[in-house]
Design a protein around this ligand. Structure first.
Ligand code: TA6
Length: 292
């Protein structure tokens, strides 16, 4: 368990989470959040009086050797499957340390986590909780050779109904449709709607996206910097049935909008350089739909 000095009464507290895993509870004037040291995994972020912004599977594992299904899985140093290696890298199943906590004058809380790594690599994660949730993953490399890697916030958003939710901001962007063998497609649509399993990797795509949720009556804004890739994923019915850590019906209430640098957008770091991935998540009520 972390040194008690990192606790801040009324703002930052340590607790035992699911599976006996240590977690940090964050309270601010606007919101609450929860972060497990396992994977430095943000598992909950909710604004006062609003439904949680992040989805968490009721069937998720909470085990030192397994990823948590929901919230914001940290993806590093690779995205996707690797023969004989853990899918999406090992950052999300590594025990991170909490190095620093702070509460700012307005009440926003900052937490800085560090991942145990080899000596020429520093991987730090700064989480700021307030009216918004701001995430920053910084990889600093001091080695002698260039290195390549992928990063991604594999964020699971809670939605009211996948049949009514849409995603805007990606019109005209280029994506690889992973369900059609990574077929390259330019997306003409103003908004993405969902009628089946969806897995799209938008590349060279720095755009801010919005998740429009008429069922929960809100719009979630996903603004990012240092990110050229956006991944949109819903497993739908058949894939959900094949996944033991997600309920058969949970696809109806989740949507992944992932911000990172993957596939052709991978990082290539030269000696003594740094890569930083940032995302800022916020929500606002949808204007009342006046009945026609
Ligand atoms: O981001 C979409 C994806 O790559 C899908 O292929 C699906 O496998 C999802 O990630 C979840 O991967 P995981 O390793 O967490 O089961």
């Amino acid at each position: 368990m972390e040194a008690p000095s990192l606790e801040i009464p009324g703002h930052v507290a340590f607790a035992e989470g699911n599976g006996g895993l240590p977690k940090v509870l964050v309270t601010t004037p606007w919101s609450e959040a929860e972060i497990y040291l396992h994977g430095a995994h943000v598992t909950d972020f909710r604004k006062s009086g609003e439904a949680p912004l992040l989805f968490m599977s009721a069937a998720s594992d909470f085990h030192p050797e397994k990823p948590i299904r929901g919230g914001v899985p940290l993806i590093f140093p690779w995205f996707g499957p690797r023969e004989g290696l853990p899918s999406h890298g090992y950052a999300r199943t590594t025990l991170w340390s909490l190095e620093e906590t702070n509460v700012f004058a307005g009440g926003e809380v900052m937490l800085r986590f560090r991942m145990p790594t080899q000596e020429d690599l520093t991987v730090e994660y700064i989480v700021r909780v307030g009216a918004k949730l701001s995430l920053e993953l910084a990889v600093t490399y001091t080695g002698q050779e260039s290195i390549s890697f992928e990063t991604c916030f594999h964020t699971y958003f809670l939605i009211g109904d996948i049949h009514t939710a849409t995603v805007t901001g990606l019109k005209g962007c280029h994506y690889l449709d992973k369900l059609q063998g990574a077929l390259a497609i330019d997306d003409p649509a103003d908004a993405i709607a969902f009628q089946g399993e969806t897995e799209r990797v938008y590349t060279a795509c720095p755009e801010t996206t919005h998740l429009i949720d008429p069922t929960l009556g809100r719009s979630i804004r996903i603004a990012k910097s240092g990110s050229r890739s956006t991944v949109i994923w819903n497993p739908w019915i058949e894939k959900s049935r094949r996944m033991p850590d997600i309920g058969d019906e949970e696809y109806l209430r989740m949507l992944c909008i992932e911000s990172g640098n993957v596939a052709p957008d991978s990082h290539h770091l030269f000696p003594s350089s740094r890569a930083t991935l940032r995302v800022e998540i916020s929500s606002s009520p949808l204007p009342h739909q006046t009945q026609p």
